[in-house]
Design a protein around this ligand. Structure first.
Ligand SMILES: C[S@@+](CC[C@H](N)C(=O)[O-])C[C@H]1O[C@@H](n2cnc3c(N)ncnc32)[C@H](O)[C@@H]1O
Length: 264
């Protein structure tokens, strides 16, 4: 990862940090609460008693859940602003998590073979050097350890994604476009169910599209053995609460979950 790319990603997430933390902790991230995190928790093996590092931990909501599942957790993130929020939550209500400002795609400063699991939720599509992240994950893991991560599904959330609609405006299909366009771009968005308020600035999230082959080949070439891939659909219950989730039940996959082991 070049210094310039590192600085740009860190600067964007520092700008997002306060609003992001406020919105996540006020429950506006319904995708996380009702879909992506429950699916990831089901996917994860038991982590109680393991030493775990969370790559791209953000303000630490998921990281704290991993600690509550019994793991000894370290969270790293490139954004100083998000790590400050995470540390403040830890001081206010200790869960035993240690945080560090570091990029997951270069030397994080921890000794080799010092963790049992590398975990990452919805963060590895937001950095430019996925291969670097897998090499660092491999270095940090003890033999027999595993990496488990979630990302936006690269085959469906493509840079040219468009929704196909019928004459009544109902969504009937997902059009994949520009799948092979790996140009980075900055996506501006807000959480969908956030109340409208004048002073809310959309998040600016740098994105680094890659194909499914880019992801899986980087995992394998770092030395891992891929053991499980899942593409979970939202549950019926979640679709009842948030009807727009049904497009990810019926039309295409939103999430890609990958688990891979460092051989013994
Ligand atoms: C969408 S947020 C997800 C945060 C958290 N995992 C969660 O699920 O709430 C993406 C995170 O990746 C972090 N990030 C992006 N590139 C990074 C890098 N190279 N190293 C560490 N963190 C990075 C961002 O700062 C941001 O906190």
């Amino acid at each position: 990862m070049t210094d310039q790319a590192h600085d740009e990603v860190a600067a964007r997430w520092n700008q997002n940090a306060d609003q992001w933390t406020n919105d996540v902790r006020n429950g506006y991230d319904v995708y996380r609460n009702l879909f992506t995190f429950p699916a990831f928790q089901q996917f994860l093996p038991a982590i109680a008693g393991l030493e775990v590092i969370d790559f791209g931990c953000g303000e630490g909501t998921n990281t704290r859940h991993f600690a509550q599942m019994g793991a000894k957790v370290t969270g790293i993130d490139i954004s100083q602003g998000l790590i400050e929020h995470a540390r403040r939550a830890e001081i206010a209500d200790p869960a035993g998590v240690t945080y560090k400002i570091a990029s997951y795609s270069s030397d994080t400063g921890f000794p080799a073979s010092s963790f049992d699991a590398v975990i990452s939720t919805m963060a590895l599509m937001d950095g430019p050097d996925f291969q670097g992240a897998m090499c660092e994950a491999y270095r940090l893991l003890r033999p027999g350890g595993f990496v488990a991560f979630s990302v936006l599904h690269p085959c469906f959330i493509t840079p040219g994604l468009q929704w196909q609609k019928d004459e009544h405006g109902q969504i009937t299909g997902l059009c994949v476009a520009r799948y092979f366009d790996r140009s980075s771009f900055t996506e501006k968005w807000k959480f969908g169910n956030r109340p409208e308020e004048e002073n809310v600035v959309p998040f600016a999230v740098p994105r680094f599209p890659r194909t499914i082959g880019d992801y899986l080949n980087a995992v394998a070439s770092a030395g891992f053995h891929i053991s499980r891939i899942e593409e979970p659909q939202p549950t019926e219950e979640a679709c009842k609460i948030v009807p727009r989730f049904s497009r990810w039940r019926d039309l295409g996959a939103f999430l890609l979950l990958v688990m891979a082991a460092r051989p013994r």
